[in-house]
Ligand binder design. Structure first.
Ligand SMILES: Cc1ncc(COP(=O)(O)O)c(C=O)c1O
Length: 397
């Protein structure tokens, strides 16, 4: 089949691949503990569902403006003001079918063929693919566990060329759970302004924070950086609304207009009912979110303790999102039970085959020495999964 060069360069999602295999084993009757999931295991809060039901019954089921209804764009402006200290007008907000769609719009709008985008590794699997689909080139800044999985301005500066157009930022981060401090972000903001670069700031995990750390939006360091930032956020992670598909951008009005025009030819508006539900999510009670974060915090503490005790595992304590991303370098190069462990893929394969626990190998995140554990599953399952891995690995070490 003759396919476009554009689609031929896409790498299939590593997280979906492991999830498919885990589901296949479960379908064969095996009891699989799935630590590969990238979505809250909590249900969408009832008042959000109720708003959607009201919208359906009221016949709110037609096209809306491509960039979203005024009511939702106003609610997003209020959120950005209250939570992030950012002043935006509704004409600066574009709502889309998930933050992933928002990222796609942003890179399509910002990049020309051959432009370069700074992306830190470990990275969320879709950044590099979305950048490539915009005809741009992801330029990887490697970060290490010792450096807390954070990019420094010096490391970014070393990768800049005349083609650099955007710095992609993600804090709190998937897959590492790392949260940049306000000072670290300010330094990156200053660098972006100095070199006249855009920042695409994916803040989708901003509400999932532990240990009392706080989130700062990189756009909040003054008008110069705000004008160069596209803030990306959405409903999926904070409100357990992954299936509803709702994300948004906040940017300069000209850029927002272009993204809305692009979307107008691609998907038109995101789902009208989801838009009403999202208004309820943003303006309604935040108690369910606080309860969810409390429970995620408990699970994180437990999982970190268990993983720290495993032989050959080395971890940076995550302070956000719902992932732990240990290095398993201690296992790489060993032969265990007749199987050569040449990469984290092999270790994840061994663990899935031997004790039916699904992890995502770090290869797809640009970190082949690591594996990603999600604690978005019940405490009971976390205990079972950790017990199984401990039994297996302690026996093989
Ligand atoms: C870092 C990051 N950004 C964006 C997304 C996409 O979220 P959405 O469901 O809003 O498309 C995800 C989902 O896993 C993510 O981990």
């Amino acid at each position: 089949m003759r396919l476009s060069d554009r689609v031929k360069q896409i790498t299939p999602s590593a997280t979906l691949a492991i999830d498919t295999k885990a589901k296949q084993l479960a379908g064969e009757g095996l009891d699989v503990v799935n630590f590969s999931v990238g979505e809250p295991d909590f249900d969408t809060p009832q008042h959000i569902k109720d708003a959607a039901i009201v919208a359906i019954q009221a016949g709110f089921t037609k096209y809306t403006p491509a960039a979203g209804i005024a009511e939702l764009r106003e609610a997003i402006c209020k959120k950005l003001k209250d939570d992030n200290g950012l002043d935006y007008k509704p004409n600066q907000i574009v709502v889309s079918a998930g933050a992933k769609h928002s990222l796609y719009n942003a890179y399509q709008a910002l990049c020309n063929l051959g432009d370069e985008v700074i992306v830190q590794a470990p990275y969320w699997v879709s950044y590099t693919e979305i950048v490539k689909l915009a005809g741009a080139v992801p330029v990887i800044v490697e970060t290490t566990a010792r450096g807390g999985f954070k990019m420094t301005p010096a490391a970014i500066e070393a990768k800049l060329t005349p083609r650099t157009r955007v710095i992609n930022l993600n804090s709190p981060s998937n897959p590492t759970g790392v949260v940049y401090s306000a000072d670290e972000l300010r330094a990156i903001a200053e660098l972006a302004v100095k070199h006249d670069l855009y920042v695409v700031a994916d803040e989708i995990y901003e509400k999932l924070l532990y240990d009392g750390v706080t989130h700062t939006s990189v756009a909040s360091f003054g008008p110069e950086i705000k004008a160069r930032t596209v803030v990306i956020n959405g409903m999926s992670k904070a409100y357990a609304m992954t299936g509803w598909r709702m994300g948004y951008t906040a940017s300069e009005p000209d850029l927002a207009k272009v993204m809305a025009d692009l979307q107008g030819h691609m998907t038109s508006n995101p789902n009208s009912i989801t838009q009403k539900a999202s208004v309820a999510a943003l303006l309604g009670p935040q108690e369910p979110l606080r309860e969810m974060v409390k429970e995620f915090g408990r699970r994180r503490d437990y999982m970190v303790k268990r993983l720290e005790a495993l032989p050959g595992f080395d971890l940076v304590i995550p302070q956000g999102a719902f992932y732990v991303f240990p290095s398993v370098k201690g296992w790489i190069g060993r032969t265990v039970g007749g199987r050569k462990i040449a990469s984290s893929d092999d270790l994840a394969g061994l663990i899935l085959d031997e004790v039916q626990v699904a992890l995502v190998p770090g290869t797809g995140f640009g970190a082949p020495d690591c594996v990603r554990f999600s604690y978005s599953t019940s405490m009971d399952r976390i205990k079972t999964g950790c017990d199984r891995i401990e039994r297996l690995l302690k026996g093989l070490w």
